[in-house]
Design a protein around this ligand. Sequence first.
Ligand code: NAP
Length: 361
Amino acid sequence: MPKIRVGVLGATGAVGQRFAQLLAHHPYFDLTVLAASDRSAGKSYREAANWILTEPMPAHLAEMTVQEMSTNLSCELVFSALPTNFAKEWEHQFAAAGYGVFSNAGVHRMDSDVPLVLPEVNPDHLGLLKQQRAGRGWSRGFIVTNSNCTAMPMVMALAPLMPFGPQAVIATSLQALSGAGYPGVPSLDAIDNVVPFIAESEEVKMNTESNKMLGRLNGQGVDPAGIKISAHCNRVPVSDGHLVTVSVSFRDKPSLGDIVEAWQTWQPLPQQLQLPSAPQPPLVVRAESNRPQPRLDRDAGGGMATTIGRLRPCEVLDVRFVCLAHNTIRGAAGGSVLNAELMAAQGMLEAFKAEASHVPA
Ligand code: NAP
């Protein structure tokens, strides 16, 4: 299969580095562009990026020159790890110029014509692209977003339980420091501490974005799932891995055994298609009473799996459990790459193949 040329926007940051790592040797994509702010443009990637990942920077990327932001980059798809304000400024411009945009930023996730996709959960929501292109007058470009990193493990855990009719959720997050980017939370706020606030929008996103992903595609957009979600979001002194404790009530009152069976037998589309980044299994269900833990479980499935444990009855709602995922891999860059793999496998990226140079829409 000919590879499609891709670029990373915000390539020097916490999520951008993950993109670089995951795309450096990808079977479908050829990473040809690393772009960032004026502070980095013109420097080698080695010089510009303060590399924070434990595996070394891929050698062939280290010598690449970081590009300045422009809609004239030598690639067909862009993976955006831009901060919200710059995502707002640039992502639309890239899509309008004919690029396929896979965004991590929150800015377009709730637009009614923008798919907010977790490939295991709502791959059919990519159907929104038809009306996105028609409504915005784009013949080739598009914007596809991936989940907020905190909603992500909870939505993965709830998706196989949708047939039981989840009604209400109380979710408390314990979010890693890398979720705030680099350099992120000041060390004197983080060490020996818990900060019971992430951003004004974080708890809102847990509700709205989860209900969109678990909702149903209709002719016009997505009908939200209608689950009442009360979220408490906290920053904790963990490097990577967002852990979420969840209590849920259900219409159909499944037994604990029903729930475990639903999780363990779930074989959604990316796993059926054996996409390169799809973890097998998507959900790792742990029986130990002290799992999941960020340090021990965040790298399950190469950082792409969601680990669930501590399933037990709840005195207030029906059941409760704990779930965990790697925030910069599955909750960010890896989630976006899996979206792109899904589109490629479904023949939705044909217009971007075999392009000698970028052709605007
Ligand atoms: P970060 O570490 O602060 O990195 C920001 C990146 O954006 C850097 O590459 C920076 O380049 C670049 N940038 C800043 N200003 C720019 C400008 N004017 N033009 C072009 N590039 C510019 O942030 P992050 O944690 O990687 O987050 C990136 C995005 O992903 C955010 O929208 C965030 O909400 C989202 N996200 C993050 C996570 C996570 O776990 N961290 C999870 C899900 C989603 P320079 O180095 O040149 O300044």
